[in-house]
Design a protein around this ligand. Structure first.
Ligand code: ATP
Ligand code: MG
Length: 481
């Protein structure tokens, strides 16, 4: 039997619509209207009151209030702030509520501001979505809402630059929305890495990697994934490797395999690595062939039931400038054949590595399909798009599910100064991080200094010697480099 369609919801009549719309509009201006009405009543009463004494008293009251307001405006705010802050805050919140509702409605979302709290970057709103709007709709429309809100600046407040929608796990009908007025990433001071002085770490634990705009730590968990880091030159790719390399180096049950395409960043880490290759394509091919063999051996042992994946040490393969090893534009025949072999090993390792406890972290300035075949690129579970030169480049790094058309995440909008983000106004280390299956978040990567790297590497070498003295397997500490 065919099920009957549910009856359509009853629509209000045109007059009903007009009443609802008027009531809503009046509701949004309720605080201002109440103040205005009170003022009119006081002044009106002064002229229509019964006794002349009452008239004089009311006029005196109105004059007193006006004088009080003028005094507030003229006197130093700091002196009167404790008295004036609460009413001013109420007025500001009323305007935020009104502007939010306008902007959200304009973007096709119906919602209500349930709460407004201060945040280091502006305001944090608790938004209740109503009718058919979902929190996801709000998120999708965040860019439009932000543009609309930016057109309503409060005189005393910096303009809204970004609207950040976050789900509230316990309540799918509410969202925590940040109205970002100040960009904390304009402050060029680097964010230190909290684990810099650790003596031992586990790579499989979440690694503190970045902070979000409110300064909250954002970890990455690469125990079951691979990370692609992309961005223009000088955006912060090599620095982004540091907390990850340090976590692998300081893990006695992990091995670091390094492909140093740029021959700058990884040389300092080489003493802590199990395998190291520079940009030389033959050397790189050998390293990858060895890793491919290791992976195949692991698969065989896991299949035979002799071992489980967890019996093997974690291998972290880090590749700085993956394009150096995959760029088919090179001319010589030898290079061409090396690149073909490298691409095949990489494809196998990236697609099959996870189940054999192999993690790949690769950085590139050139994420296009000619440089990194799309099928290889798509296997990276986690992405970090630092400042990009074009929005297409940003889309390629973040992947087809998280680019500028899926919520406005566009790393080409990150502020930079040509090739040097350290010039005033640049935001080195800032990018969109896609991790843990969540939407991209704008973050600043932590910063481990050169001295920090040296200290970590010498600590690792010391631990390796100690471990050797204790009879621990030499390969655990990478002595076969
Ligand atoms: N997270 C960060 N916090 C603060 N400063 C940073 C951060 N990341 C990078 N920087 C600054 O930016 C500079 C360039 O960073 P990095 O060498 O990592 O860029 P890159 O993307 O690897 O460049 P290239 O493509 O040329 O290799 C660093 O020397 C550092 O001063
Ligand atoms: Mg670099």
């Amino acid at each position: 039997m065919m099920s009957r369609n549910p009856a359509p919801p009853r629509q209000p009549s045109p007059i009903g619509y007009a009443i609802i719309a008027t009531a809503r509009a009046l509701g949004r201006w309720r605080l201002e209207l109440a103040t205005l009405t009170a003022t009119i009543l006081i002044i009106g009463n002064a002229y229509t009151g019964i006794s002349p004494i009452a008239q004089t008293a009311t006029l005196a009251l109105a004059a007193g209030i006006t004088a009080f307001l003028i005094t507030i405006a003229v006197l130093d705010r700091a002196l009167l702030a404790p008295i004036t802050a609460p009413p001013r805050r109420r007025l500001r919140h009323a305007r935020i509520r009104r502007h939010w509702q306008n902007a959200a409605q304009h973007a096709g979302c119906t919602s209500r501001v349930a709460r407004i709290e201060p945040s280091p970057v502006g305001e944090a709103l608790t938004i209740k979505v109503t009718d058919k709007t979902t929190v996801k709709d709000l998120d999708t429309q965040a860019g439009r809402i932000a543009t609309r809100l930016a057109g309503h600046p409060l005189a005393t407040q910096p303009k809204i630059r970004e609207v950040n929608v976050n789900t509230i796990r316990q309540d799918p009908s509410r969202a925590r929305v940040l109205l970002v007025r100040r960009d904390p990433f304009d402050d060029p001071r680097p964010v230190p890495w909290p684990n810099e002085h650790a003596t031992q770490l586990r790579f499989d634990d979440p690694i503190p990697f970045a902070v979000d705009i409110e300064g909250r730590p954002i970890p990455v968990d690469l125990s079951n994934g691979h990370l692609l880091i992309g961005g223009a030159t000088g955006a912060g790719k090599s620095i982004a490797f540091r907390p990850l390399l340090a976590s692998a180096a300081l893990d006695p049950h992990a091995q670091l395999w390094l492909l140093d395409g740029k021959e700058i960043e990884f040389t300092a880490w080489a003493p802590a690595a199990t395998q190291y290759s520079d940009a030389n394509l033959t050397a790189a091919k050998k390293l990858l062939a060895a890793l491919d063999d290791e992976m195949t051996g692991r698969y065989q042992q896991i299949k035979s039931g002799a071992m489980t994946a967890h019996d093997f040490p974690r291998i972290v393969l880090a590749v700085d400038e993956i394009a150096i090893y995959l760029n088919t534009a090179s001319t010589t025949k030898q290079d061409g054949s090396n690149i073909k072999a490298i691409a095949e090993h990489m494809r196998r390792i990236i697609s099959l590595g996870r189940a054999a406890r192999i993690t790949i972290i690769a950085a590139t300035q050139q994420p296009d399909a000619d440089t990194i075949p799309t099928q290889i690129r798509n296997i990276f579970t986690d992405r970090f798009a630092l400042r990009c030169s074009t929005s297409q480049m940003s889309d390629m790094i973040l992947g087809p599910w998280a680019g500028k058309d899926q919520g406005g995440y566009d790393a080409s909008k990150i502020v930079g100064q040509g090739d040097d983000p350290n010039l005033p106004g640049g935001q080195p280390g800032v990018g969109y991080l896609l991790t843990g299956g969540r939407r991209p978040r704008r973050v600043r990567g932590v910063f481990v200094t050169n001295q920090g790297v040296e200290a970590i590497v010498s600590r690792v070498v010391g631990l390796r010697l100690d471990a050797g003295l204790d009879g621990v397997e030499a390969s655990v500490w990478g002595s076969d480099a």
